[in-house]
Every structure is written in C-alpha cells, then in structure tokens.
Write a protein that binds this ligand. Structure first.
Ligand code: FES
Length: 115
C-alpha cells in the first residue's frame, strides 16, 4: 500500500505591496500593520503622521484599488459616504491585498524612485 503526503495549504501572503498613485513610490505592509506605520519605510516621502489613533485625519487616504480592513476612525474625518467610496485613515487601515492609494487632502507624496 502506498500513501501520498498531504498537500500543503496554499501560501498566505506575509505582506502586500502598497503603491502611491501618481508616483513610483511603494512600500510593503503586513496584514497586521497599519498602512501608516508601514509607510515609514519611505521616510519623509511617506504618509503624514499625526495622532496615530484615528482622530486627527492627517493620514487620510483614498484607496484606489485593493481591499483593506479598518479599525475605529473619527467620522469627522471619514464619514460613512466617504468610507463607502474608499476613504480611510491610514493609521486605522490594514491591507487585505495589494493596494494603490492616493493622498486625500492631508497626506504628502512626492515623486521618487522605488528600490
Ligand atoms: S494619524 Fe491621526 S488619524 Fe491617523
């Protein structure tokens, strides 16, 4: 009698690529790391940092493509309509796929080269 080894489960991504629309900038982000924290890899070219708690709106971005999950966010900065349209606070958003995002009034991006 022969046996075959069990098939290993499909690989789960350990992180995703996040691109800043309109530039060559990108960074990698793990599913349990906020977009804001991961953007620190870009240094001064990354997203602007404020309270880190979902309350100031400094880190607001528009998700142009891809999926995120979010924690609590101030409705003063992202109302339900905006959220449904893809607005999120980067300090409260975690990737579920590769993403492209755009500044939404309170973020900074500048053109630069990806490594
Ligand atoms: S840094 Fe203040 S809401 Fe994200």
């Amino acid at each position: 009698m022969t046996t075959t080894p069990p098939t290993p489960p499909p690989a789960v991504p350990t992180d995703f690529v996040v691109r800043l629309r309109g530039s060559a900038l990108h960074f990698r982000c793990a599913p349990d790391t906020s977009l804001l924290d991961a953007s620190a890899a870009l240094g001064a070219l990354g997203l602007r940092v404020g309270c880190r708690g979902g309350g100031c709106g400094v880190c607001r971005v528009q998700i142009d493509s891809g999926r995120v999950r979010t924690g609590r966010m101030s409705r003063a900065h992202v109302d339900e309509t905006g959220h449904a349209a893809g607005l999120v606070l980067a300090c409260r958003a975690y990737p579920l796929s590769d993403l492209t995002l755009s500044p939404a009034g309170k973020t900074t991006t500048q053109p630069g080269a990806c490594p």
